[in-house]
Design a protein around this ligand. Sequence first.
Ligand code: VGL
Ligand code: ZN
Length: 224
Amino acid sequence: MEIKDLKFEQGIEIRETDAFLIVDMQYDFLPGGALAVEGGDDIIEGINKIGSLFLNKGASIVQTQDWHPQNDKSFASNHPGKEPGDEFHGDGIGPVLWPDHCVQGTKGAEFHKDLDKTLARAIIRKGMDSEVDSYSGFRDQLKKKETGLRGFLNGLDIKRIFISGLALDYCCYYTAIDGIEFGFDVNFIVDLTRGIDDPEGSISNALKDMKNKGVKFLNQQSFY
Ligand code: VGL
Ligand code: ZN
């Protein structure tokens, strides 16, 4: 399943009970960063634009922020002899090991300067447990501990979520399928994400799985 095979929803009207999620738009995931996603900076302007559309409708905007301790087990550097990109299938870690990225309090963990910081009602941090990674904005990979995002959205009576940001095949994808499992109407704004595709095929696998689970696909045009 490739992006060109997707069908996109049209004519979406934003409601007050919608949320726009901006996933991990941090220096380390952008070109020049430790775990740069190709073309990640191309989506900043569109995110700002769609974000202000949501803001003007009284909807909620939430940013997630990958926020790892330096001793994080998802980093290859914490496994002697391992390199970033090496396969790893630990309990809540993997399927690959990453370079050190988004370490708490570092420049790489900050949001990109061009991202409009006035939009978000909340910032949800994740990946703070050194033993268990959290790709999803909702909870860790073992599904044991939530981040608070579900409670926040439920508290505002939000029914529909719209996902943008990085990376398509990791944090955006896991956030989307958890959103479905938690009962939200999940909408994935494909042209406001970019993927890593490591291991190869992970973008198309993510798209296929989201489609099967009932995630809807949109692009920026869907709102006009
Ligand atoms: C992410 C890999 C490791 C992401 C975060 O934001 O997609 N990917 N940590
Ligand atoms: Zn991470």
